[in-house]
Ligand binder design. Structure first.
Ligand SMILES: Nc1ncnc2c1ncn2[C@@H]1O[C@H](COP(=O)(O)OP(=O)(O)O)[C@@H](O)[C@H]1O
Ligand SMILES: [Mg+2]
Length: 300
């Protein structure tokens, strides 16, 4: 069995390279080769085969290039995570809509505008404020590492944040005060929780992201938290995912779900290598697919 690991050709930091080599090692330990490709190497007109060196049996898609993931699926190559799951997680507005009915902070998706236009009037913010009250969390729908998440304590701050970011899709959320500066990251693979950590900001920031200086501790999720993380991943169609959970007044709340959660911090904190769980899960899924098609052929 041979797989392809697809990564973004334009993200070349040590943090990303560490993840890729952990994934390659986890598969090679199990005698499955994983060939690395940048998305920028896989260029082909629609309907024509993508230029893989060897057609892979499966693809581990560690990127958010949803169009490329769909093109691969069109070639009937099993893809983990699937393009649709990645698409739902990449856009926080889509995640919120897909998780309709799940406990989440009260959320308002900003009205759509266009990058070359922005908002010519901001009257709608009065409705946002009267529904959510201050403080309000403003999020870029496509942000990560906490860098696109802001806090507005009053109308002046809200106007400033929205003016600075009006050319990209945004959403507004009530601040979950009980969770100020802390949340839990729960890693799920194949419908099971494999690792979790408590993340706490030590510099007064309301965001607990490790990249912003958050501290981390091993955490044993309650049954409610674990079940919430598992069912969110199931609903989004994720084979593996990193779920951020906030401490709400009345129980856990989904903050966001990551389809390509960086797991170096999880490893540093817990000693658990999620690459092993991911490799094992994909190999098992592939064996099921092979078994199923053998069974169908023998019955035909
Ligand atoms: N509604 C909220 N109330 C309280 N804290 C929040 C809220 N939304 C986000 N946070 C904090 O901000 C961090 C980053 O937000 P998140 O939605 O996970 O964005 P990112 O994709 O950038 O990690 C979270 O880990 C959490 O600590
Ligand atoms: Mg997050």
């Amino acid at each position: 069995m041979n797989g392809a690991l697809i990564v973004n050709g334009f993200l070349n930091t040590d943090k990303f390279r560490d993840i890729y080599s952990r994934l390659e090692n986890a598969f090679s330990k199990r005698e499955v080769s994983l060939s690395l490709y940048a998305n920028s190497e896989l260029i082909a007109p629609m309907g024509e085969k993508l230029p893989f060196r060897d057609t892979p049996d499966f693809v581990l898609f560690w990127d958010k290039d949803v169009s490329l993931a769909k093109q691969i699926e069109n070639e009937n190559i099993p893809t983990f995570n699937s393009s649709s799951a990645i698409e739902l997680c990449d856009d926080k507005a889509k995640t919120t809509l897909a998780l309709h009915g799940f406990p989440m902070p009260k959320t308002i998706i900003a009205p759509k505008t266009f990058p070359n236009i922005g908002y010519c009037d901001l009257d709608f913010l009065d409705d946002v404020v009267s529904s959510l009250g201050f403080p309000i969390v403003v999020k870029e729908c496509f942000g990560s590492f906490g860098t696109g998440v802001f806090l507005a304590n009053d109308m002046d701050e809200l106007l400033k944040i929205v003016r600075e970011h009006e050319r990209e899709p945004l959403l507004f959320q009530e601040l979950i005060g009980e969770s100020f500066g802390r949340d839990i990251r729960v890693n799920v693979v194949g419908g099971k929780v494999c690792a979790a950590m408590l993340r706490e900001s030590k510099n007064g920031d309301f965001r607990s992201n490790i990249t912003l200086g958050g501290d981390m501790k091993v955490y044993i999720p309650t049954k409610k938290e674990a079940d919430l993380a598992i069912s969110a991943c199931e609903k989004l169609g994720l084979a593996f995912g990193g779920v951020d959970i906030l401490f709400g007044k009345n129980g856990p709340l989904i903050c966001e779900v990551n389809s390509n959660a960086h797991f170096k911090s999880t490893y540093d904190c817990t000693g658990i290598n999620l690459a092993d769980f991911i490799a094992e899960h994909i190999i098992k899924q592939m064996l099921c697919i092979c078994h199923y098609s053998l069974h169908c052929h023998s019955e035909a």
